[in-house]
Design a protein around this ligand. Structure first.
Ligand code: NAP
Length: 343
């Protein structure tokens, strides 16, 4: 049956300006890292994308390597565009990235001009799109001059293959350097995509300050700490969870006693606010005015509905924030969550 999007899809979503740009992003965006690969049930993914769009989620995030197998999430999204969303292309913000291993040999990963441009071309083919709205350097490459990677992003814009560019998981210092180079090239850095959640607060040290100073927006990935900041793991590891899956990036070992104690403490605060833990976790990341959007993942439609419910209560009292700070502190899992090597 032909998909007709909900007529009221723009009524409840909040749209935030991305840094000092003209672009607004939905406060909640959907990523296709897990559950949209070739191994996953297509109908479930389609139902999630439809529901997301019906709820006002206009931004869908991809990367060349999302799957498994790598590249297959782009192919999945291409099918959805062909049957459902393609007629609404101008209502969508589709992002993509290059940085992680995609093909063998020295040109199959990192940040060389050779790799970034070839990868973007492959991604356009796999998705069937003429351009990406945002194209990211997925990770900083210590062995390639930053100028080269940024010039490759600038080239993609000049070739009409990307409208805006961004960087992901770059440190505060490298972000400042990259944004300065991009500005000189005439292609401003629109957005930074870092990990950020109540269990992983590295961005607060310096990065958010750099983004403010340079007028760059941000979209926080894994704001639910891959599902840890939900009620899912409160009493064990369900069989149908990411932590139980062989292909998921959340490992059982990350659910340490320390992490679980924090999750239980935070869950009580969420209940006191009349929210699910997932809703409070998203509202908490969005409390910072430098955060343009939270980039969630989902394995079923009901999770997207629950997460969008966060918008009903975004405010926090000083007392609530202080109480949250007792549990939302640095812990050993942050050593993992800070790194983008898992992506
Ligand atoms: N730039 C980068 O390097 C990078 C790295 C990682 C991710 N990302 C982006 O960020 C996106 C989101 O990452 P993520 O999937 O780790 O985000 P997340 O929102 O922290 O975790 C999503 C997972 O949490 C569980 N979940 C979600 N909503 C729930 C709810 N309301 N109640 C209970 N459980 C819920 C589901 O796990 P179950 O499967 O267990 O149900 C879901 O798959 C990715 O798709 C990708 O676009 C980018």
């Amino acid at each position: 049956m032909t998909y007709v999007p909900a007529a009221d899809r723009y009524d409840r979503m909040k749209y935030n300006r991305c840094g000092r740009s003209g672009l607004q992003l939905p406060a909640i965006s959907l990523g296709l890292w897990h559950n949209f690969g070739g191994i996953d049930a297509y109908e479930n993914g389609l139902a999630m994308v439809r529901r997301a769009f019906d709820l006002g989620i206009t931004h869908f995030d991809l990367a060349n390597n999302y799957g498994p197998p790598p590249g297959s999430a782009e192919e999945t999204f291409s099918r959805m565009l062909a049957t459902d969303l393609g007629n609404h292309r101008d209502e969508l913000i589709v992002s993509n990235k290059a940085g992680y291993r995609m093909w063998p040999g020295p040109y199959g990963e990192w940040g060389s001009r050779k790799y970034v441009i070839a990868s973007a071309d492959q991604s356009l083919k796999r998705t069937g799109l003429e351009y990406f709205d945002i194209f990211y350097s997925h990770r900083f490459d210590p062995d390639t001059p930053l100028e080269e990677t940024m010039m490759a992003l600038d080239t993609l814009v000049r070739q009409g293959k990307a409208l805006y560019v961004g960087i992901s998981s770059y440190s505060a210092d490298k972000t400042a350097e990259a944004a300065t180079i991009l500005k000189e090239l005439g292609t401003p850095c629109l957005i930074h995509q870092p990990s950020y959640s109540m269990l992983n607060r590295w961005v607060e040290d310096e990065l958010l300050g750099v983004l403010e100073e340079m007028g760059i927006g941000s979209i926080a990935f894994s704001p639910l700490a891959q599902g840890m900041l939900t009620d899912k793991y409160l009493s064990g590891i369900p069989d149908d969870s990411r932590a139980a899956s062989d292909t998921g990036s959340l490992k059982r070992g990350m659910l340490t006693d320390d992490a679980l104690a924090k999750i239980h403490g935070l869950n009580e605060i969420a209940q006191g606010r009349g929210q699910t833990l997932a809703q409070m976790a998203l509202a908490w990341v969005l409390r910072d005015e430098h955060v343009t959007s939270v980039l969630i993942g989902a394995s079923r439609v009901s999770q997207i509905e629950d997460s969008v419910g966060a918008l009903e209560r975004l405010d926090f009292t000083m007392e609530e924030l202080a109480e949250i700070d007792k549990f939302a502190t640095e812990s050993e899992i942050n050593l993992w969550a800070r790194s983008s090597e898992n992506d």
